[in-house]
Design a protein around this ligand. Structure first.
Ligand code: ZN
Length: 217
């Protein structure tokens, strides 16, 4: 087989453009077909054409569910967790245009758990004395945090977790830091920080998420 042999998509039959080939275990897939796969699916290279065809028909059926989804709550700023309380469904997407995005719609009962990950970074604040940058005594720091969530999914043949960033970049909390003890005691944060607008915003997520009983029965 030469380097420039023309390849055709084994799913839709279209000619595959140069660099447009998405390899699967037993064939080739075009970019357009690959784009229709679930964004949470990461096993393409180990899939068969038959498996990809099945997934694409599941994804087509999902459009119907996506069009019926009625958002009652959203959580997050970058990726958002959308909740349809009335029909006990949820989905995760960066877009609220479900017709275009076709996000995978799941039942509450399909979420077996959720992990929240908060990463802290700190930067030392300094003062200028005689034209030099020196540490405060005791040292002062400015803190910022990123918030990530991972939802563990059961009963979907194509993915078993949704790993996404809730915060839009990092959230600066000034000199307030979220203490480890606060973090360890179930993601609650001392309410004395509630004067900080940014943190307050994220406290809301933290307070909401454990309240959102995804295992939900
Ligand atoms: Zn194709």
């Amino acid at each position: 087989m030469g380097l420039f042999d023309k390849k055709f998509c084994d799913v839709c039959g279209e000619k595959i453009s140069l660099l447009g080939n998405r390899k699967v275990d037993d064939g080739n897939l075009c970019k357009d077909c690959a784009k229709k796969l679930s964004p949470w699916f990461s096993e393409r290279r180990h899939s068969t054409i038959e498996g990809i065809k099945q997934q694409l028909s599941y994804r087509e059926a999902n459009r119907e569910a996506a069009s019926r989804f009625q958002t009652t709550r959203t959580i997050g700023e970058n990726y958002k967790l959308f909740i349809d309380d009335n029909n006990r469904k949820f989905t995760v997407s960066r877009s609220s245009n479900f017709v275009e995005d076709n996000p995978d719609i799941l039942d509450f009962s399909q979420a077996s758990g959720i992990d929240l990950k908060i990463d802290e970074s700190r930067r030392e604040l300094k003062k200028t004395v005689d034209g030099k940058q020196v540490s405060y005594n005791p040292p002062k720091y400015e803190y910022s945090y990123t918030f990530k969530a991972k939802i563990f999914v059961n009963g979907n043949p194509y993915f078993d977790e949704m790993d996404f960033s809730i915060s839009n970049g990092s959230v600066n909390t000034g000199e307030h830091n979220m203490s480890n003890s606060a973090v360890n005691s179930g993601w609650t944060v001392s309410t004395s920080y509630s004067t900080d607008r940014n943190l307050e915003k994220y406290c809301k997520f933290l307070f909401k998420l454990p309240v959102f009983h995804l295992s939900g029965n």
